[in-house]
Design a protein around this ligand. Structure first.
Ligand code: PEP
Ligand code: MN
Length: 297
């Protein structure tokens, strides 16, 4: 039986010749293309840790969280100025004001910042303030948006659609690459499954990491926050992701001060700066061990 539109990994050289290992021979069978964001290198020496609030909710909250994640050892800052929310009645983000706050937090801490763009009309505005542009799960197949983001030439964090196959995800990356921009980092953030929303928000598909690495040279990171939706699961999920070969992590963090304002967005999955510190310690210690083992061999 022939099924219209069916694609399998064998079709990747045709669907995405620019990002497929099989057709773009520069990276051989196991090299990763290093993507650099203001000195932070994805796919290089060690896993990169991006951390920050889910949403930019106020200047105080963002600056406090940015300072805390910097202190915990994060490499980059995250935070949404434009938020994709299930209900139009929920907080939608501070928009341009949020972008300005992120820029200020980035300048003060020295951490490069990644933030999401959802609207093709706002790509240039977001790019003015961000060091890396995030395309969120819900927009992974918004092809006009991928084209515009590709044209910018800035590094892109391309999250996996929550129901996207590996082929669809790499096809989306190809839209960006097709505009001459190979500065792409992929991000697994959990997929919909029969158990979604029963004991966790999504199902973290760690098995996709070695598959991504086999099919493409683009770096791949993991978002244990949205994948689990449960703060206590974030640390073990982050550690597991690194064991699976993830080139980095993107994690939501909120203040642990007793009098801090509770986040409007994704509060249940936010970890404390102290837990972030422990995760970063784990990543660093593990890498040191690998480096030492390699030096002896
Ligand atoms: C986010 O990272 O802020 C976000 C909304 O994630 P996702 O697109 O993966 O749901
Ligand atoms: Mn969130």
């Amino acid at each position: 039986m022939i099924i219209a539109g069916k694609v399998t990994p064998e079709d990747l050289p045709r669907i995405c010749p620019l990002v497929s290992r099989k057709t773009n021979g520069r990276y051989g069978t196991d090299l990763t293309r290093v993507v650099e964001v203001r000195g932070v290198r994805f796919g290089a020496e060690r896993p990169v840790v991006i951390a920050g609030p889910c949403a930019v909710e106020s200047r105080e909250q963002t600056l406090e969280t940015a300072r805390a994640v910097k202190h915990s050892g994060a490499d980059m800052l995250r935070g949404g100025a434009y938020k994709p929310r299930t209900s139009p009645h929920d907080f939608q983000g501070l928009g341009l004001e949020g972008l300005k706050i992120l820029r200020e937090a980035s300048e003060e801490t020295g951490l490069p910042v990644v933030t999401e763009v959802m609207d093709v009309r706002l790509v240039e505005q977001v790019a003015q303030y961000a060091d890396m542009i995030q395309v969120g799960s819900r927009n992974m197949q918004n092809y006009p948006l991928l084209v515009e983001v590709g044209r910018l030439g800035k590094p892109v964090l391309l999250k996996r659609g929550m129901a996207a196959s590996l082929c669809e995800w790499l096809g989306a990356a190809e839209y960006i690459a097709n505009e001459g921009n190979l500065e792409i980092v992929l991000c697994e953030r959990g997929i919909k499954s029969h158990s979604s929303n029963e004991y966790s928000r999504y199902s973290l598909d760690l098995n996709v990491i070695p598959a991504v690495k086999a099919e493409t040279f683009l770096p791949v990171i993991v978002d244990p926050s949205h994948a689990t939706g449960v703060a206590t699961m974030v640390e073990p999920a982050a550690r597991a992701a690194v064991e699976f070969g993830s080139h980095g992590l993107i994690i939501e963090v909120a203040s642990d001060r007793l009098d801090a304002v509770k986040p409007k967005c994704d509060a249940a999955q936010a970890i404390t700066p102290r837990t972030l510190r422990r995760i970063i310690h784990f990543v660093e210690a593990r890498q040191l061990e690998i480096d030492e083992r390699q030096a002896v061999a």
